[in-house]
Design a protein around this ligand. Sequence first.
Ligand code: APR
Length: 166
Amino acid sequence: MPAIEVVLGDITSEDVDAIVTAANESLLGGGGVDGAIHRAAGPRLAQAGAGLAPCAAGDAVATPAFDLNPPVRHVIHTVGPVWEGGGHGEADILASCYRRSLGVADEVGARSVAFPAIATGVYGFPPTEAAKIAISTIRATPTEVEHVRLVAFDDETYELLAAAVQ
Ligand code: APR
């Protein structure tokens, strides 16, 4: 089971083997964390993503990280659920994002992975529940990943993740 650390900051500054982006199925980039990562990685990230799209909600795919600095080796693109009230399998899809991202990390040999709070921004997933799903899924998923960093972009998310990891 990987060691899980909760940090407050910008995921594009993480010095890990792979960073996860909260993408949409086109993998062409967007706003939020996806926009930040695409801006930092450069236009080749969207070109690489286009070659692998569409990515279904709950699935994950890896591309190189191109111009990201620190020199992260991989970007793992995962597509979270759009929150529609909780009765449409959103929790299972979010759990699948974490599970599949760890599986893709294993496929590319990443031993340290940074995650954003997937689906809790534009997609509207309640952040308290999302934090619990993130940590319980990471703890329940067999993986060779040794270090997971959950990167909060705001204090509220940081507090929720820190509480959930206790
Ligand atoms: N570093 C870390 N976390 C960040 C950063 C950043 N630079 N920028 C935003 N975040 C946080 C947000 O504050 C939120 O907690 O990432 C979390 C996820 O929010 P979104 O980026 O809006 O992702 P999501 O809710 O999954 O929506 C995905 O938005 O950007 C588009 O292309 C994306 O269509 C997709 C949708």
